[in-house]
Ligand binder design. Sequence first.
Ligand SMILES: [Zn+2]
Length: 403
Amino acid sequence: MIERVYLNVSSPERVNARKLGADWDEIERGWWINLSNVDEFYSYWPEAVPSRYRPDCRPPYVLSDMIPRNTWYVNLRSAMTKEGWYRLRQKVYDKAGNRCQVCGGKGSRWSVECDEQWAFIEPGYDGVGTQLLRCLTALCPDCHSLRHLGYSSVVGRLPQALEHMAYINRWTDEKCKNYETEAFGQWARRSSMTWQFDIESIKAVLRPFGVDSSEVKFQQFAGHFIPQIANHSQDISTLEPTKQHETKAEVESPIEVLNPVEKSNSWRLLGLVVSVMVVCVLTVAIGMVLLQSSTPTVRTATPVAPALQPLDPALVRNIQEAAEDWHGKVTKVGRRLELDTLPESVQAMDEYHQLMDEADKYERPRRTLNVVRGWARRGIKGKKALRRLRARVKGLRKAREHR
Ligand SMILES: [Zn+2]
């Protein structure tokens, strides 16, 4: 029996594919070989075989990238112009022959999507973790939905994503459920840490695609991304989206340009010495500032301070619980409002919760919630619903002021 395995063959490589025995499928528009020939084909041309069929790859083939909340809005896509990103994306697609690099499949509405694969090195001596860009891959929408379980859950597609996860990784439903819990736990843990980007890793990934450095706003990746957890009791849903810290001192500090991959040992040693000095100076400075100010402020802590304090396990637990609770809320609200994209919906989510809390102060609790549900039933969802909610709360606020 013939089972077709679709390959990642770019257009200029089609002659080689033909020579190695691959066939062109005109309807599916892709190069394929029979499953029984995969091992032989792989020995000649490993890069063309999607990872799910590679003899040296074992499941799981796709796991979720749990991007910490503090760096959610910081990615290549947002650091480039729309045209620049589209051009780069197209190069990734072309290289993969417009086929998923995991399963060889493609989507029904569009073939593939571009996935930024990040790696996370958890905080070391300086209390700051490093987020590195590993590669850009073309994935079919189904496989891509597994890479961002948070997003899938926001748009109400988590069950479908988990179903595909079971299929692609050859997992049982129970294993998928366990993984989901584990992944969101990991996300909560990462969200409680301070991160910095390894800008060199981003440049290294972009180089083979011929992207000019001037096309990317690298300053977006500079600085520390600290967790927005102000105190134990604060609900995670009321926190503001992380602001970027771009003070001159931070950008110039040697901790920011730490590159664990390419630096020579002497440079690394020098970096370490300078970092320790900077940390000492900052500790003294922060100490002095704290001594001088009699009223402690919660939200305006300097970005470096949390990195220096070891995390209290009770606080981490608290954050995890809050994150789970928040995740539950996001899922519910996401389904109700049917928001379109992740950055918008998460921002919308924060605003939504703030407005709801405010509304509860002005009128019978949950009254506004019922109103919003009514809108959703009548098809008023997403941005439209949020606009209405804003107007409603404004009205309630005014009515309270006039009373
Ligand atoms: Zn796929």
